[in-house]
Design a protein around this ligand. Sequence first.
Ligand code: SIN
Ligand code: CO
Length: 400
Amino acid sequence: MAIPTPSRKALPLEVRGSASQPLGMSATQFLRDYWQKRPLLIRNAFPDFVAPIEPDDLAGLACEEGVLARLIVHDEKRDRWTVKTGPFDEAQFGKTPKRDWTLLVQDVDKWDPDVAALLDTFAFLPSWRVDDVMISYAEDGGGVGAHVDQYDVFLLQGLGQRHWAISDDPDAPLDFRDDVELKQLKTFEPTHEWLLEPGDMLYLPPGVPHDGVAVGNCMTLSVGMRAPSQAELTGDLADFLAERMPDELRYTDPDLAPAKRAGEIDAAALNRVRQALPFAAALDRDLLADWFGRFITRYRSAQEPVAPPKPTTLAALEKALDGGAGVTRHPYARVAWVRGRKDATLFVSGHAYACPVDLAERLAAERDVAFEHPPGAVEKALLLALVNDGMVAVRKGRRR
Ligand code: SIN
Ligand code: CO
């Protein structure tokens, strides 16, 4: 029988913890109702909490070779942020301004057994999901600005107070400021704000905009999770499988019929690609074709065409084509194409271009392409791209 989940409204955003229940509820209930789903503020998650590390020791650690540390200073008047990465020398801490700065040190659990012991509280999570304990020390006004994290995080207040603002609006805009390297949000409109005291803990699932600002001297411990992106999983799996596959297992086509249209990657070819990639069987046809076309036109090429030093203008190309010029394929340009819903996608040496079917076929079949009539606007735009990528060159000639 499925466990009935309480409606979103019935779930409190704020609970009180205790020594026996640091999450303010059982781990089962937390995982069911909050984990990866919604934020939770746990007051008194760690009763009488005393931070396992002193700010001075954290600063000392930030001076060690091999420790990942950042010093972030906010110039509030001009809203400028400065980020310096460690290791630092002690003198640098003497030069910090009176306020609006923070030091962040990652992986403190790897260096300090008392900090590592904190992770015992999170043993209800698979240990391989836990990334690290990052600790920040900030002076009044210090913080990293409003941002989102791609992983779950438990923000435990260690020393002093921190003002936290979050937005649980699912439609909150997530555009980044392009003037700051901290991936801060362009706009942030909080829906909830709290002042956290030592021992209070804020849980945030991935993607929740948040901003923590120190109120006086403040230390915050962030227990962060790891969640590999699908891109990382795919890349690593592909490498892993590739290392184990014998060279004799290849794309094969003993059923090949004579090619009808030069260069076409037809449905039968795409099916053979699927057979050669059983783990990619579920891939959408267009995505598979888009990848295969790029791959096969780049595969085993000793050289690749390069863009000419000076790009051609559309006007110059039009003049040449209207005067009877054609194009010549770069000798190393490999061409293939796949039929789309309307036009084709033309692949040349790993690049993809939208292209009318007839022109794609001609570019695949003919080294030198002459035009009986001046090509139309779509063709000209494509030829301009091909010329400027170095795939074809304009071949002077007179129309017959
Ligand atoms: C901090 O401790 O200053 C930042 C932690 C976070 O927002 O992820
Ligand atoms: Co964060």
